[in-house]
Design a binder for this molecule. Structure first.
Ligand SMILES: Cc1cc2nc3c(=O)[nH]c(=O)nc-3n(C[C@H](O)[C@H](O)[C@H](O)COP(=O)(O)O)c2cc1C
Length: 110
């Protein structure tokens, strides 16, 4: 287990007007590359209309990323929530992943 300082951030958002699911591939590609090279891990859920993302990593890196994500015109962030939790609990998360099914959407954002 690592004892590095971590920040966590989670939010829900909705695709912005003028965008559809075809933009998600580019988001995933960018996110995988940037997150992997900056020690950021997490998950990205998408049901065709709404996102829910959890990210964690170095506080400076996470804060900078959150600023960019919140300003991204492809979505509207509706419920941001930063957290301060325990250190990363091990495992080997590989970065964002995508679920195209509504079954993966948390019930709280349906
Ligand atoms: C729903 C959503 C999730 C995103 N998640 C990430 C992410 O985890 N990592 C990342 O680098 N960019 C992510 N992005 C893309 C960023 O918002 C931004 O476009 C990217 O960091 C490039 O920023 P720049 O154009 O200012 O360099 C996400 C965008 C959206 C719409």
């Amino acid at each position: 287990m690592s004892n590095e300082a971590l920040s966590q951030f989670v939010y829900y958002s909705t695709l912005a007007d003028g965008y559809d699911a075809t933009c998600v591939g580019a988001i995933i590609k960018t996110a995988r590359a940037f997150n992997a090279s900056n020690g950021i891990t997490g998950v990205l859920l998408f049901d065709g209309e709404r996102f829910c993302q959890y990210i964690e990593g170095n506080p400076v890196a996470v804060n900078a990323l959150v600023d960019r994500i919140r300003q991204d015109p492809r979505h509207k962030v509706s419920r941001p929530c930063s957290m301060s939790l325990s250190p990363r609990d091990g495992g080997t998360p590989t970065g964002p992943w995508l679920s195209p099914t509504s079954a993966a959407t948390p019930s709280s954002i349906r």
